[in-house]
Design a binder for this molecule. Sequence first.
Ligand code: C2E
Ligand code: C2E
Length: 165
Amino acid sequence: REELENLVITDHLTKLYSRNFLDDQIHLSMERDGFGTFLLIDIDNFKAINDTFGHQIGDSVIVQVANVLEANIRDNDIGARWGGEELAVYLPGVDLEIGIVIANRLVKKVQDNTTPQVTISCGVAHWSAEHKDSVQQLFHRADQALYIAKDTGKNKVVVQDLLIQ
Ligand code: C2E
Ligand code: C2E
């Protein structure tokens, strides 16, 4: 039974949390902390890496990025596999300014600690009780920011809250 539960809360490849578990934890944090910051992360040019080096190296790159994230966030923070080459971090009770500092730290650490070297783009969105928007909207805002990060050169952090509103 314990093994079954682990399967559901953990992503098989990266050992990060699953998207379902992340979702549950964000809901809990909204109740408990009242605010938090969400980072949506995509590995840049992943298709080219797969095409150049093959799927095994592609998988290894995803695992390396996951390990870098895990090593550079606190135990309370939640690193998850979003799907494919997309990963996510939820920072419970962390305000936007510190979320941005952490996001930039992660971008730099990935660039410095992957072989073959890869970079990530990161969309940041903040949630607080005053926002009154849903988890789905939080994800959507982070996704918009991530899209802009990709579209404007990659290997960077873009903050949704500063762009729109
Ligand atoms: P800092 O790195 O400039 O971080 C400032 C504040 O941002 C921290 O204040 C904390 O509230 C928040 N913060 C930074 N990184 C994270 C993170 O990965 N997750 C979360 N949830 N919050 C984060 P705090 O705790 O008073 O720490 C003050 C300073 O002490 C930090 O400044 C840093 O220089 C050092 N520090 C604290 N914990 C660690 C650690 O585990 N590793 C390292 N290398 N330095 C740490
Ligand atoms: P942890 O709290 O789980 O943090 C894991 C890693 O996230 C840290 O590894 C660091 O790379 C990053 N990190 C977390 N918080 C901060 C921060 O405020 N600023 C920066 N720049 N990075 C942060 P690291 O540094 O090897 O630390 C390993 C563990 O040692 C930490 O695990 C924590 O339990 C403890 N630790 C290290 N420095 C401090 C500190 O200044 N204060 C406290 N209370 N604990 C610390």
